[in-house]
Design a protein around this ligand. Structure first.
Ligand code: SAM
Length: 276
């Protein structure tokens, strides 16, 4: 038993949890992450009154509530509005104007893959509002997804704390895009009307909805091992429409052995154009 009464995780259980997390999410933990696993799984053991071996039995079934709790506990959800700024300038001053010039009446479909609590998707919606002005005038959709049930539920409410809105948004933007409800900030209905959230594993895209002109998939691939990185980029290429564009995180890169993308840069941001 450890100091809070949980049984100690054996080396065999540690290996099995690591394998399970990789198979379920792509997240590549190694045995040096024992402390991280123990500290994140401890509350789950207590919540379900289980020991590690009972939890293992339950999570490998997949689809169980214990498995969802494990995925929510293991994933890192750090995000904020207009994170890294440059990709949103790229969207506003290059990608959307180019798209509108070449496709006058087409639907604009943008995905926020691995969206966490939704700040990226709503930032994209704010950029759309600032480039298109009237969001009802043409068909625009931002579809956001994440593997964690809890985070998708939180994101779809569109409600944030003062601390969260102040991370990345000016006073003026907060005022323009949120209604103040008691001590929470609610994203205005006009933006919510073009953003939808769903649970989706980006490594298992069977249920993906349609195809996209632009995909933001940022700050997730670095958690994956080499094989899952290649799988992810193949999936993302499949999800893009011809001439579609992929934007990944500032510290991420595509070592593109697959030949799916050509690397470009503009407005201080790297992006990848699909090769058809
Ligand atoms: C660090 S956040 C990045 C959020 C946002 N894209 C950003 O850049 O601010 C990483 C997110 O990836 C999600 N994630 C991890 N593995 C995933 C998978 N296989 N499929 C979908 N989402 C995944 C996590 O749940 C987490 O919310």
């Amino acid at each position: 038993m450890d100091s809070i009464g949980n049984t100690v995780m054996t080396d065999g259980e540690l290996d099995q949890f690591i394998d399970h997390v990789r198979l379920e999410t792509g997240i590549n933990l190694d045995t040096s992450k024992r402390y991280l696993l123990e500290s994140r799984l401890g509350p789950i053991l207590q919540q379900f009154s289980m020991n590690y071996s009972e939890l293992l039995r339950s999570v490998v079934i997949g689809g169980s509530i214990e498995n969802q709790a494990l995925i929510s506990a293991i994933t890192t959800n750090e995000t904020y509005f207009f994170r890294d700024e440059h990709p949103f300038n790229l969207l506003k001053y290059k990608l959307i104007p180019d798209f509108l010039r070449n496709n006058q009446n087409a639907v604009v479909r943008i995905a926020s893959a691995a969206c966490s609590s939704g700040q990226e998707a709503y930032s994209i919606a704010m950029v759309l509002k600032e480039t298109l002005f009237d969001l009802t005038e043409r068909s625009v959709q931002v579809q956001a997804f994440d593997i964690s049930d809890d985070i998708v539920t939180a994101a779809s409410k569109g409600q944030y704390s003062k601390f969260e809105v102040e991370r990345g948004l000016s006073e003026e933007k907060i005022h323009r895009y949120f209604d103040c409800v008691e001590d929470r900030y609610q994203v205005k209905a006009e933006l919510c009307s073009i953003v939808s959230f769903s649970k989706q594993n980006i490594l298992k895209p069977a249920g993906m909805m349609g195809k996209y002109n632009i995909i933001f998939c940022r700050n997730v691939v670095n958690y994956f091992g080499l094989k899952d990185r290649a799988l992810l980029f193949d999936n993302l290429a499949d999800m893009l429409l011809p001439e579609g564009v992929l934007v990944i995180g500032a510290t991420e890169f595509i070592n593109d052995q697959t030949g799916n993308f050509v690397k470009k840069s503009d407005k201080g941001s790297v992006y990848y154009e699909k090769i058809d």
